[in-house]
Design a protein around this ligand. Structure first.
Ligand code: ADP
Ligand code: 5GP
Length: 201
């Protein structure tokens, strides 16, 4: 389970998209949210857009792996698709905030790799929020006001990337994925493989 978190606008959706397009072994966890759809967003691809009643139903039925309120809206990770992907031995990428990351860590610390993305500067963060041009000035101001708080959680993550040039950041996330996949405890079938080698195969 690879988690990418950052203050809004630092670039984690962009990084996620590129990683998913180039890596056949990782699936995206598509969250549910009560936030209104942005222009260009596709229901079922970027989020499942649902209302507060359905969100509460999912919480009460225990259908969310984690959930949190962010910028006045509710967000959560549906449990079913994640468990199914992991069962099939696939990796899963999560674009969730620090609250959700803490909840995942409580249940699955050994399976979790946490990456925090920082912007190169505050001015660049604001520029990126504006150039995304999908949110009103009010929403951008609200997200900038929250950025300092969110960034204080970088300490709870395993890896930290400053997203300057996109290609460098992508290379760094891929390096993390490669390294974490090579961890001994994540390499299933290794003991049989070594046994075979020791027997001269
Ligand atoms: P987040 O998902 O963290 O809220 P986005 O991925 O939506 O952020 O990125 C916010 C804006 O910044 C988008 O317009 C995106 O194209 C741009 N962006 C992302 N990474 C970079 C980068 N390394 N350099 C310049 N612009 C970037
Ligand atoms: P946005 O509205 O910009 O898409 O996302 C706002 C914030 O909510 C981002 O920090 C994003 O990572 C976070 N987020 C998105 N989906 C989830 C989720 O399922 N759970 C939690 N905890 N946070 C989420």
């Amino acid at each position: 389970m690879l988690v990418l978190s950052s203050p809004s606008g630092a670039g984690k959706s962009t990084i996620s998209r590129e990683i998913l397009a180039a890596d056949p072994e990782i699936d995206m966890s598509v969250s549910v949210t009560t936030r209104p759809r942005r222009p260009g967003e596709v229901d079922g691809r970027d989020y499942h857009f649902i209302d507060a009643t359905d969100f509460n139903l999912m919480v009460n039925r225990g259908e969310l792996l984690e959930h949190a309120k962010v910028f006045g809206n509710y967000y959560g990770t549906p449990k079913g698709p994640v468990m199914e992907a992991l069962r099939r031995g696939r990796d899963v990428l999560f674009d969730i905030d620090w609250q959700g990351t803490q909840q995942l860590a409580e249940h699955a610390a050994d399976d979790l790799v946490r990456v925090f993305i920082l912007p190169p500067s505050t001015a660049e963060l604001e520029r990126r929020l504006h150039t995304r041009a999908q949110d009103s000035d009010d929403v951008v101001a609200q997200r900038m006001a929250k950025a300092a708080d969110e960034m204080s959680h970088y300490f709870e993550y395993d890896w930290v990337i400053v997203n300057r040039a996109l290609q460098d950041s992508l290379e760094q996330v891929r390096a993390i994925l490669t390294s974490e996949r090579l961890r001994r405890r994540r390499q299933t079938g290794l003991s049989d493989f070594v046994k075979g080698l020791r027997e001269g195969q």
